[in-house]
Structures are given as structure tokens and as C-alpha cells.
Write a protein that binds this ligand. Structure first.
Ligand code: C2E
Ligand code: MG
Ligand code: MG
Ligand code: MG
Length: 288
């Protein structure tokens, strides 16, 4: 399949292809072991901020793999392997469970309040899984969480080949009280038809539009159009990939609800989160 196309889009030599496949198989076996033994998969958390007040609005959980030999591996490397091998179902459940346990700990320590949102990425494979909803119901009860705190982020491209059962699972997730976010909005093929077909609560504007929102009129126009659409459909909006003050100012002026990106914080492990820095952002906002 896509493996036959090399990194630059042309066919690679056979021996290279074999090496590639061997490497993939090795990584699949290692990922399986990582899931069995845990502690190699390390949830990182990236905050997002209320664009009006500068207050902490929530965290997105992002997986990292601390590989014993290869070091810290980013999801773009191993998620495709996890998806092809079916391991993604276990990986996503592992991340959901870890994030819920973390949220319960933050609530108990009064780091965050009940109004905080916890976003978790969900691969579309899980939308075929009729057991997901019951599993989540038990998890939410176990950690005594308000279901509305949990947001599942689904990417638009991930929705391309899901069958009708996805619509049922998504409806049941809503009935359970969870919220659904459409991730990387604007980069897929038929974003608008997904909005029409499925019910979402949040749109995450893809970072490719945020990147030059302050410098390129076309990007600004697209962001403005997304904000108008979200407003008309009563959806909340989070802008991803905010790296500069200038981008932030532009997004605030446009009326974007929430902002997320390296400008505020890189994803970090729970113990590396700089709570004092997060608490200081409202002051920064007041003077910006
Ligand atoms: P995403 O959900 O769209 O997450 C945003 C990505 O942008 C993350 O990359 C994040 O680290 C990065 N990012 C955040 N702020 C900035 C910024 O200011 N500038 C730039 N250039 N990048 C920024 P990451 O962590 O490598 O994750 C990549 C993708 O992998 C995620 O995209 C998500 O689709 C997927 N993913 C991550 N964790 C999980 C997981 O537990 N389960 C599933 N199914 N997918 C996951
Ligand atoms: Mg996401
Ligand atoms: Mg995204
Ligand atoms: Mg993405």
C-alpha cells in the first residue's frame, strides 16, 4: 500500500522496502510489549487557554513512547503502526484510563476545578467498537468524573471510512454526557459533510491556518469563516498551534474562544507541568 511509495512519493528499491517492513514489524512487536508492560507509554499534557480571560480551560493528552533503545518517539512515527496492527484500540484505552486517573488526582489536589476540560485523541477504529461506551461509563464512575469534562478528539480524515456504527457510537457517547471535538478542522476532504452528518461540540482549527493567520489574508479569511460557521452551529472553537503573541492577538481580535500552542506550553508530563506559569497567563493577557 502506501509503504510502496517512499518518503518522497516514488517507489523505493526492493531491499529498502524489505528493511522498512522488517523495521515496522519489529516496532509492532515492541509496541505490543510496551502496552503489556506499560510505563513506556507516557501521557503528556498540553494546556489550552480561554482566549478572553487567559484562564486555563483544559488539557489535551498526547501520547509519547519512551523506547528503551530508540529514545522518546513521537506519535507520528508509531501511530500508523498502531493503526495498521489494531494495537491502537489498546493504546487509546490506555491513554484514556491514564488521563482520567490524572484528572482525578488534579481534582483531589485542587489543581483544577470541575469546569476544566480534558481532551483525549481517539482513533476512528474505536468508533467500530460497540463496547467502548460501556467501558467509558465504568471508567467515569470509577474516577467519579463529570462526564462533560471529557472531550474526545476525532480527526476529520479519520472519519473517511467509518461505517454507520460510528454514528451510533457517537450518539451514545453524547448520551453518556461526553463531548466530541473535530480535530484538524479544515484539512480533510469533506469537513462540512461530517459536521452535517455527526454532532460535534468543538472544532479545533488546524495549525496550518493558525501558522500565518497574522501575516496572510487568505489564512485570516479561512479562520474568520470557520469562526462564523462555528458560531452559526453553536460550536466551541479551539485554535491549535499558537506560537507567537502576534497570532494570539489576531485570534483574540477575531473572537476565537480558546487557544493552544507552544506560545503557552509544550506538551509536558504531569510532573513537569508549570502550574505557576499557567496561573500567570491571565496577567499577561490583561497587559497585552
Ligand atoms: P493533534 O491531536 O492535532 O495534536 C496537535 C499536535 O501539534 C501535537 O503533536 C502537538 O504536540 C503539536 N503542537 C502543539 N502545539 C504546537 C505548536 O504551537 N506548534 C506546532 N508546530 N505543533 C504544536 P503530537 O503530540 O506529535 O501528536 C501528533 C498527532 O498524533 C496528534 O495531532 C493526534 O492526532 C495524534 N495523537 C497523539 N496522541 C494520541 C493518542 O493518545 N491517541 C490517538 N489516537 N492519537 C494521538
Ligand atoms: Mg488532538
Ligand atoms: Mg489537531
Ligand atoms: Mg493533528
Amino acid at each position: 500500500r502506501t509503504k510502496q511509495l517512499g518518503r518522497h512519493g516514488y517507489t523505493v528499491f526492493n531491499h529498502e522496502l524489505r528493511a522498512d517492513q522488517a523495521d515496522q514489524l519489529a516496532m509492532e512487536a515492541e509496541l505490543r510489549r510496551a502496552l503489556d508492560e506499560t510505563d513506556q507509554l507516557i501521557p503528556h499534557y498540553q494546556p489550552f487557554i480561554d482566549a478572553h480571560t487567559g484562564q486555563l480551560a483544559g488539557f489535551e493528552a498526547l501520547v509519547r513512547w519512551q523506547h528503551p533503545m530508540r529514545g522518546l518517539i513521537s506519535p507520528s512515527i508509531f501511530l500508523p503502526i498502531a493503526e495498521e496492527s489494531g494495537l491502537i484500540m489498546r493504546l487509546d484505552r490506555y491513554m484514556i484510563q491514564a488521563a482520567c486517573a490524572q484528572l482525578r488526582q488534579w481534582l483531589d489536589a485542587e489543581r483544577v476545578g470541575e469546569d476544566i476540560a480534558l481532551h483525549i485523541n481517539l482513533s476512528s477504529a474505536n468508533l467500530h467498537d460497540a463496547d467502548l461506551v460501556d467501558w467509558l461509563r465504568q471508567l467515569i464512575a470509577q474516577y467519579a468524573l463529570r462526564p462533560g469534562m471529557l472531550h474526545l478528539e476525532i480527526t476529520e480524515t479519520a472519519l473517511i471510512d467509518v461505517p454507520d456504527i460510528a454514528a451510533t457510537v457517537m450518539r451514545e457517547l453524547h448520551e453518556l454526557g461526553l463531548r466530541l471535538a473535530l480535530d484538524d478542522f479544515g484539512t480533510g476532504y469533506s469537513a462540512l459533510s461530517y459536521l452535517h452528518r455527526y454532532r460535534f461540540d468543538v472544532l479545533k482549527i488546524d495549525q496550518s491556518f493558525v501558522f500565518d493567520v497574522d501575516r496572510k489574508e487568505e489564512s485570516a479569511a479561512i479562520v474568520r469563516a470557520i469562526l462564523a460557521l462555528a458560531d452559526a452551529l453553536s460550536l466551541e472553537v479551539v485554535a491549535e498551534g499558537v506560537e507567537t503573541l502576534s497570532q494570539l492577538q489576531r485570534l483574540r481580535a477575531m473572537g476565537c474562544d480558546k487557544v493552544q500552542g507552544y506560545y503557552f506550553s509544550h506538551p509536558a508530563t504531569a510532573r513537569d507541568i508549570d502550574w505557576a506559569q499557567l496561573a500567570a497567563i491571565p496577567w499577561e493577557f490583561a497587559s497585552a
